[in-house]
Design a protein around this ligand. Structure first.
Ligand SMILES: Cc1cc2nc3c(=O)[nH]c(=O)nc-3n(C[C@H](O)[C@H](O)[C@H](O)COP(=O)(O)OP(=O)(O)OC[C@H]3O[C@@H](n4cnc5c(N)ncnc54)[C@H](O)[C@@H]3O)c2cc1C
Length: 519
């Protein structure tokens, strides 16, 4: 039987540990507001860890959603200053291929001027020199300020900032009930998903930053938010085909962008209505569509090895919905709903939608509202305050990662466990036997374990071996991780991916004699 504790109280409770919730908790903690953040999984386990990886220039939305375009352009500049270690400054191009409408670039350029999105037409010779693999029939090209943004690095950075400024994070805790009395959330019911212990807490103000689950949280407060859920699938190719983010210069559509991230290229996305945030099934036709569209940008790309696929779900505020135009017509700007004005609950706000690129702006708007209601009038400081790095930062990007690995390796006679992503035995041991008791999938988000070309074929077993030598000899430990990895590989069982899968199968069944049940 679960124990009930009643010992937690705070000024501000934030529900959701994605970029938005973490951004809110960082903003509030910096303003001196006593803050607790509750996340049912791990940091960034929701949409923030399942996105495309683009630091938007704003170019994609200049015509369809000018507000979002301007927000992206200004937040892009801010993020480069406050979290530079999470960004790879790839730059971006919008290019006109023979498949794109000829008249679009001129109206698009006009949209850029109107929204403050920096865009310059460049000579085609310059484009070809920088990106020789692009379609030689591209007729126009424009440079923009796109980049690659590592959301795992960002969520870890924010978590560190929150804790340093006195905020508290409760991971693996789910909010299961909100008790409202006299138009006020009086008590919040939580469950610790590790121990099944129940907790009751009180908060002066509650912010719902549960992304695509925001409607579920609102429902706990006996109110409804009209949210349409839209799933997007993405496909990582095992090689980096371009150095720059490449966008098709056309109205937003499926498969209109290629983002180079580290050693891979990510193609995306699709847009399909789903009923629930965890309906993440990827259909082979989606991947075929992404490859066909990418082949227009980089001819021949579909002959190369796809690495893995994943999907994320967007919460779109459907009161803005025009049914005739479909989900892409719903504005992708963020929404801040004050439930006092809307539903008569005076200490409750929901914030969702937008882009990861605009998480800081969303957080600022939500905390402004909460701070006002709490009578705490300190101004927002996140626009100019660099998010502090942990004491021993993990290099997430290219040469920085290599440098930090070689520093650790030479000083500690360390051993490499994940060659693709340079994760060492010492790092793993420290994390595995810490109080957090992370799963291997948590370590994937922490260190990128198993995310490289071998897709955990080797490092999964080595990590499980380290765990088994200590106190973590749970047979499910490796099984859960390989199951999770398999979900992203399973839709790609053809060509060179099939060879890699066959190698993994032989390691599992013939070398290690694992049964299918173990898997
Ligand atoms: C396919 C796709 C591609 C995208 N690509 C880009 C891109 O390239 N660039 C960009 O800028 N943006 C992109 N976005 C948008 C971006 O991913 C989102 O705007 C952002 O991640 C939203 O973060 P969030 O914190 O609001 O939500 P989430 O990251 O989903 O966080 C919500 C959290 O709430 C937690 N939660 C839910 N219920 C409970 C509960 N009961 N108790 C406790 N916790 C709970 C969940 O576990 C989750 O971690 C993309 C989105 C999608 C779907």
């Amino acid at each position: 039987m679960a124990t009930v504790m009643n010992n937690l109280s705070t000024q501000l409770l934030v529900i959701g540990g994605g970029a938005t919730g973490l951004g809110i908790a960082w903003d509030a903690s910096l303003r001196g507001i006593k803050t607790v953040l509750v996340e049912k999984g791990d940091l960034g386990e929701g949409t923030s860890g399942r996105y495309h990886g683009l630091l938007h220039s704003g170019g994609r939305y200049v015509i369809s959603d000018p507000h979002s375009a301007s927000d992206c352009a200004s937040e892009n500049e801010i993020l480069r200053k406050i979290a530079p270690s999470t960004i790879e400054d790839t730059g971006g191009y919008f290019v006109s291929t023979p498949a794109d409408p000829l008249e679009f670039p001129d109206s698009w350029l006009h949209g850029c001027e109107q929204t403050g999105v920096a865009a310059d037409e460049i000579p085609l010779a310059q484009l070809r020199k920088r990106e020789p693999l692009l379609n030689p029939r591209i007729s126009r090209a424009f440079s923009v300020n796109d980049g690659a943004l590592d959301s795992f690095a960002l969520t870890h950075l924010l978590a560190n900032g929150i804790q340093r400024s006195g905020g508290k994070l409760l991971l693996r805790h789910a909010v299961t009930g909100l008790e409202i009395r006299h138009n006020h959330i009086q008590t919040i019911q939580l469950i610790n998903l590790r121990t099944q212990e129940m907790l009751m807490m009180s908060a002066d103000f509650v912010i719902n930053a549960a992304g695509p689950w925001a409607g579920d949280i609102a429902w706990l407060a006996k109110t409804q938010i009209p949210i349409t859920l839209s799933k997007g699938s993405m496909l990582a190719m095992a090689s980096r085909f371009t150095q720059t983010v490449i966008n098709r210069c056309k109205p937003p559509g499926d498969g209109d962008i290629l983002v180079p991230i580290g050693t891979v290229s990510v193609l995306g996305t699709t847009d399909l209505p789903v009923q629930r945030p965890d309906h993440l099934q990827i259909f082979p036709w989606e991947l075929d569509l992404l490859l066909s569209e990418a082949d227009i940008l980089v001819p021949g790309i579909r002959q190369h090895r796809p690495l893995r696929a994943w999907a994320g779900v967007r919460p779109l505020y459907s009161s803005q919905h025009d049914d005739q135009e479909g989900d892409r017509a719903i504005k992708r700007s963020h929404i801040v709903l004050d439930h006092r004005d809307r539903d008569g609950i005076d200490n409750f706000v929901s914030v969702f939608g937008g882009k990861l690129t605009t998480y800081r702006l969303m957080a600022e708007a939500a905390v402004d509202l909460a701070a006002n209601r709490l009578g705490q009038y300190t101004a927002c400081a996140t626009r100019t305050t660099p998010i502090p790095a942990p004491d021993s930062p993990i290099g997430f990007l290219g040469s920085e990662r290599l440098r930090s690995f070689s520093d650790r390796a030479s000083s500690a006679q360390d051993m490499v466990i994940c060659e693709c992503e340079l994760v060492s035995a010492k790092q793993l041991r420290q994390a595995l036997f810490s109080d957090e008791q992370p799963t291997l999938d948590d370590l994937r988000r922490d260190f990128r374990l198993g995310m490289g070309p071998c897709q955990a074929a080797y490092c999964g077993f080595r990590s499980a071996g380290i765990a088994a030598k200590g106190s973590r000899a749970d047979p499910q430990f490796l099984g859960d991780f390989t199951q999770e990895r398999w979900k992203g590989i399973q839709p790609l069982v053809w060509g060179s991916s099939l060879r890699q899968i066959e190698l993994m199968r032989r390691i599992n069944f013939e070398l290690l004699h694992l049964s299918e049940a173990d898997q």
